[in-house]
Design a protein around this ligand. Structure first.
Ligand code: F6R
Length: 599
């Protein structure tokens, strides 16, 4: 239950456990959050058991009900129990043939089909590993499966294809989980599995084979994440803790990036320097907040490298006919490394011959494993569903990539890379100052608890920040919110302005070379004149905004391209506080999941 609690962010519409007890398997399942299952187990405590599996679900086939919650049983006596992440794409036809054989189903899930198939294969061979191996060959789609059987005590068998699974190696006890958070309270030794592998654990053994039965070995590693890092550190919510973790996220992402000669180095690079010099176009693919990080990165990478950068939502990129070739670098950005839309875009890019580079926060996850090169963000585990610290780490990592490419290709910005890097190293301290000065943002949020609509304006790198501010507000406070490019205002959106309409404006630094500061100050005047309530995010010492601002939220002075790392912080905090003011679930907003592993 403790492990499930740590994994609840991965899906939380229902939960269940199965425990092997003598020659039977006992299950308990409840729709809703884990607390419902906890109550059910407290009312009806199961018998002692040393072998169990559990699951927190994010519904794909069949709604979030008790019956559809995992584990699912298989076999006439229900002696097998199985949990599953992912989707079995051919479950319809498999279900039809099972129905024709007289099998009775108790749920609408694709998972139950697999439970019956594995139970039936076990009846033939009497070997759970063999049974799993027999069944995985008939399945299409993405899955992690875990099974226990009453007649195979002390044994859990798992299989994975395109869905995460890690093993925790203990002393006289072993674990499996979708990620290490499930077991870091018990062991720091982990085993990373490859694609299409089956693993069988008992208290004293861990055996890995490939789907074709050939023996294999996973890759053992030590988990460096601290158990406490997965806790809330005294904050009320994970999101608040993670907002305050941001200086660390930036600092850690910058760690160890230069060699003894001051040259930038990346993590896992199997693209040659020569190939990188030949890159003629970069396409960034990502979803949601990660895509906004990509949009910010475009401004910096183009400026520093003069390589054209396109940013595209991964799900749109995947299903059109993008113009890319072996001189295109496709950069995916993903916190989880498991987002199905982004993974499919990366695979598509590879099919088309592009080089692929993954910016990712989760070691050993699928997207970096399938990419030619990886640049890990070091934000640590992000538990709150709404992304915060991963976002600033993604911008930081993209900037490292931009500077690396600039350095590699020479040119003036290559020579200036060290200067930018130094300024980046100064960001965490500025962020900490900013985080210490957000009391007024909280007051504004509580004052606005009944607000129905909020607009966000920004320009240049402030534009994606405006959209990120709007996304945070939608997902956390369920308020209609929209982010616009400030220059677009007069082309339509200004019609939305009516007396009292709150508008956040992200103002560029007065020191910005492109003169955008004055233009955005004019935009503030225009909307103020039409009755908008202006909430202005501006640099310390920027007095030009004061006459037209109902509120000024101050940001430490920094250069234009690095400002997003700071301007986003009050917007994140505002959404967090507005959500709290409305009494909503900050860490697990409705209808969302942390890791979207289906397309
Ligand atoms: C919003 C949010 C999502 C994710 C998106 C991509 O707060 O968290 O928009 O950014 O689902 O997820 P990853 O980065 O895991 O690929």
């Amino acid at each position: 239950m403790e492990g499930l609690g740590r994994l609840e962010y991965r899906g939380y519409d229902s939960a269940g456990v199965a425990l092997v007890d003598d020659d039977r398997v006992a299950t308990a399942k409840r729709a809703g959050k884990l607390t419902n299952l906890r109550e059910a187990l407290a009312e009806n405590p199961p018998a002692d058991s040393a072998t169990a599996i559990g699951h927190t679900r994010w519904a794909t086939h069949g709604g979030p009900t008790n019956a559809n919650a995992h584990p699912h049983r298989g076999g006439t006596e229900g002696k097998l129990a199985l949990v599953h992440n992912g989707i079995i794409e051919n479950f319809h036809s498999l279900r039809q043939s099972l129905l024709a054989d007289g099998v009775e189903f108790t749920s609408e899930t694709d998972t139950e089909v697999v439970a019956h198939l594995v139970a039936s294969a076990y009846a033939d061979s009497g070997d759970l590993t063999r049974a799993m191996q027999d069944v995985v060959g008939t399945l299409e789609g993405a899955f992690t499966l875990l099974a226990v059987h009453a007649d195979a005590p002390n044994t859990v068998v798992a299989a994975r294809r395109n869905s995460p699974l890690v093993v925790g190696l203990g002393d006289g006890e072993n674990f499996m989980g979708s990620d290490v958070a499930a077991f870091i309270g018990h062991t720091r030794k982990a085993l990373e599995l490859g694609q299409d592998q089956i693993v069988t654990i008992t208290p004293d053994s861990c055996d890995v084979i490939n789907f074709d039965g050939t023996p294999s070995e996973g890759k053992a590693y030590d988990v460096t994440w601290d158990a406490a890092a997965a806790e809330k550190d005294g904050y009320d919510t994970f999101m608040e803790k993670e907002i305050h973790d941001q200086p660390h996220a930036v600092r850690d992402t910058l760690l160890g990036r230069t060699d003894e000669n001051g040259q930038l180095v990346l993590d896992e690079m199997s693209i040659t320097e020569q190939d990188l010099r030949g890159i003629s176009k970069i396409v960034i693919v990502a979803c949601g907040t990660a895509a906004y990080a990509g949009m910010v990165a475009k401004y910096a990478i183009e400026r520093w490298t003069r390589i054209p950068v396109e940013v595209e939502l991964a799900h749109e990129f995947r299903y059109r006919d993008p113009v890319i070739d072996e001189n295109t670098l496709v950069v995916s950005i993903s916190q989880s490394g498991e987002t199905a839309d982004t993974l499919m875009a990366v695979r598509h890019a590879k099919e088309l011959g592009a080089r692929t580079l993954s910016i990712c926060n989760t070691h050993g996850s699928t997207i970096p494993r399938e990419s030619d090169a990886v640049l890990y963000t070091h934000a640590g585990p992000e538990i709150a569903v709404a992304s915060t610290k991963a976002f600033v780490a993604q911008i930081t990592a993209s900037y490292i990539l931009g500077l690396y490419l600039a350095q590699l290709r020479g040119g003036s910005f290559g020579r200036n890379a060290a200067e930018v890097l130094e300024e980046l190293h100064g960001i965490p301290a500025k962020m900490s100052d900013l985080l210490g000065n957000l009391a007024r943002v909280k007051e504004i949020a509580y004052f606005m608890a009944d607000t129905r609509s909020v607009l966000f304006l920004g320009r240049h790198v402030g534009f994606p920040i405006a959209m990120e501010g709007a996304l945070k507000l939608k997902e956390l406070a369920y308020i209609h919110a929209e982010g616009f490019a400030a220059g677009e205002l007069k082309h339509g959106p200004i019609a939305l302005i009516e007396p009292g309409q709150p508008v956040f404006i992200v103002v560029p630094s007065p020191s910005a070379e492109n003169g955008l500061h004055g233009k955005v100050v004019s935009n503030i005047q225009e909307i103020r004149a039409r009755g908008a309530r202006t909430l202005v995010i501006a640099e310390e010492g920027d007095d030009d905004v004061v006459p037209f601002a109902d509120e000024v939220i101050r940001i430490p002075a920094t250069s234009q391209l690095l400002a997003p790392l700071l301007t986003v912080v009050p917007l994140q905090y505002f959404s967090l506080q507005l959500s709290s003011a409305k009494g909503l679930d900050v860490d697990q907003p409705r209808n969302l999941a942390k890791s979207v592993t289906v397309e």
